[in-house]
Ligand binder design. Sequence first.
Ligand code: CA
Length: 186
Amino acid sequence: MGKENILVVEDEEDIQELVRYNLAKEGYPVNTVDSGEEGLKQARAKRPDLIILDLMLPGMDGLEVCKLLKNEPKTQHIPIVMLTAKGEESDVVSGLELGADDYITKPFSPKVLIARIRAVLRRRSKESSEKRSTVSLRDRHPPRKPSAGEGQAEPDLHRVQAAAPARAPARLGLYALPDRERWGRT
Ligand code: CA
């Protein structure tokens, strides 16, 4: 299996290049765009395995992109790692609440970038394999269909008892009856 495809949405050229270079060095196929609108388009069309998303973008900003992607069934499963600048803490919180998976604060070391991305991808593949194994378990052991009439006797009994309590008294009720009215006594 090849490495995961990563989409990088970042308008600053030097940072875009730094990210692209380090990801490519690790063997990840990388696609870079420099606007939120283009990021949205690429994410919808190519469904990358992970998106690195700068928050401060001209035009549509990163939070808006994140919100739209996390609200669309076709793209909401794609992990998003936000790129943020110092002092954007409130944006980080908003992004995480919108569904972003992690964030990296600029300036960052390439090693931290790669480690974070690996961790997010690992988490995601574990989640999806757990989902797969639940499904296959259910496929292997589908719930048995009861045959006609099976399991009906008991509910029927309860229904009779509820509809006519006098006909089928509970045991405690029996003991409370005067002797002559108890069943089985003469
Ligand atoms: Ca930016």
